[in-house]
Design a protein around this ligand. Sequence first.
Ligand code: C2E
Ligand code: CA
Ligand code: CA
Length: 738
Amino acid sequence: MNDSGNNIKQYYSSCLYKNALGSDETKTPAVTILVADDEKLMRESVQELLSLYNLNCLLAEDGQEALDILAQQPVDILLLDLIMPKVDGFQVMKEVRTKYPDTDIIITSGEATFKNATLAMRHGVKDFLHKPYIPSELVKVINNLLEKQALQHQVDEMTRCIQVSEERYRFFVNNSPDMVYMLDKDGHFIFVNERATELLGYEHDEFIGRHYSEFIHKEDVEKAHFAFSTSLSNLDIAQKIEFKMKAKYEGTEPCCFESRSIAVKLNASEIPDRNSNNNHVGIYGVARDVTEQKRLDELIYFQLYHDALTNLPNRILFRDRINFAITQANRSARKVAIMFLDMDRFKIVNDSLGHIAGDKLLQKISKRLLTCIRDSDTLARVGGDEFNLMLPDIRNREDVINLINKITLMLEQPFNIEGNDVYVTFSIGTALYPDDGTSSETLIKHADMAMYNIKGKGKNGHEFFSDHMQLLLQQHLSIENGIRLAIQEDQFEVYFQPQYNTKLEIISGVEALIRWNHPEKGLVSPNDFIPLAEETGLINDIGEWMLDASCKILQNWIKHHSVLSNITLAVNISASQISTSHFVDFVLSTLKKYNLKPEHLELEITENTLMKDMDLVVGKLKQLSNHGVRFAVDDFGMGYSSLSYLQTLPLNNLKIDRSFISTIQSVNDKNSIITAIVAMAKELGMNIVAEGVENEVQINYVKSIGCPTVQGYWYGRPMPAEQLQVIALQQLNELNYA
Ligand code: C2E
Ligand code: CA
Ligand code: CA
């Protein structure tokens, strides 16, 4: 009896220890046993017996008392007599079954009929002891029951743990930002998480049993098949595959899934078959919604290849499109037209209406240009007011001309910008593939050249590229490079042309004229390189070199022959030189460097330069004039200068352009323009120089109208410094001698 009693304690405590997590091993588990029996002796003997095993024993003398105790505290085992006064064992059983399901009942009864036993079993009674029983029997029964209870506890605890873990798992799966799914081995969904239903708008049940391909965009189905078959062998590849999934309401309802397709990145593994090593029973995996990422990628891509103001393709994308069109054209034996469109006088719009208005105009123009072209054509913005247009797949030049006509017609309507009507014209150049080039670079360059040609001819028009332009460009390039080299290698030289005092018939001044001693071409005329030097900005270097070199020569003349100190040195100055920030300082420091008086120097500026940037020119000229530097208006009569403006400038000399002199045929000619110019100059208090006097008729004419200074072949051609020095010395010495 002792043995089995110990068993009870040991077993029960070990079970509790194992299952009650966190419970203290040393703590004796409290087992409460309620004995309900109307026989006092019976109750007390059981209590005595059980107290030996440290089991807490409560006593009730009838059914009612038993129920009262049960209502007050939990009871593990109820030893229940069936026949009791007032409330009997059957009634207690019923109530315990419904109210106290954790209390196990052992019937102890003398009435061991079959009927009683089955009734008791039906009420879930755990055991039946026939009175009288021997104590060891009771202990054994209790022992068994506690053992079962402990096991049940263990099972309950395990079930609870599983439930907790299952809930946790479910929480993670359903709250995952990714779609979690399982497919059977034929590709049908057997599980999806809530995220999948949220993302795609289908109910959970709409997924289950359907094949994955039903949820994938038509164009991506192949890719998905590949991904799922590959995932079984190569997870790395599968993970890199992206495809679009169809949302339920796509394109039909403007709800949150409106035309939405979801790009997903896949991560799949196979579900192994527990019964076989090599087989799998399906696939489980995670699909990540990368729609937002894709949208960002697309945005970045768009910004990289488009112009922010007009949303048109930019230079990079345009080149790419040309390359593509060239490949296509090779197959179809058609042509591709590359057009360069440069807006005329955009600067005026920008300067007069402001940059915001300028931007608006560009936006409106690009929209209108788009209406003139086909979907397959590409219009790109490649610079401030520069557009490129590509027409793939054209037959001939006619096709281009038709489009030009369309554009011209479209531009006849003004653009309304902030209440102003703005009329726009374009200078357009076109190069054709394959006629005018085979690479995108060459084609764009040639279209640009053709456009440039139109600009030179007075803007607003169209021209196709021609080989002649190419030749011109090559010549320009070689001259430009030649000039750079000439500066480095000192190939320039100063020539001097005398200016004569017509009354005294002696040299009063010289004009310094540049010559290029080209190693192959010999002496090159400035007419052949000065315009290009002005275009490229190289004129600044050339001009500074000329001023320095000619001042140096003059210093040398004066140093050795004081008579030459009466000679004025005229030097040509270009517009771009005046706009350099150090122009005034450079002139003054050069004079200082060669110890020359400012009165020695006369700067020749063409009429057009004077008119170009009036405010800037006036200021700088006045500064230099205040120091004593003289100024001459060069090529007068060729431009459109306003007299009132010229009056405000510190000018000393007016040089009548050669073209007027060349018209003089006889002394009796009454050339009204020359006469008017001379009269005007006198009024302004300026000296006159007649340029390009070549013959006797002309010299007599200019003398007859009282022109005091003449420069021309009649007196002398431009010549090297030494030669001029000899002539000047001879004349001046003769004069002094006389
Ligand atoms: P320009 O300033 O009008 O110079 C006068 C040009 O007329 C010189 O041509 C000269 O040789 C030429 N000439 C003078 N008398 C006669 C004549 O009786 N008959 C004819 N047919 N021509 C005559 P060049 O030296 O060839 O210079 C041409 C132009 O090159 C100059 O015209 C000037 O605009 C420019 N140039 C020359 N040197 C320089 C320079 O150092 N700087 C700048 N910016 N331009 C220069
Ligand atoms: Ca000149
Ligand atoms: Ca001139």
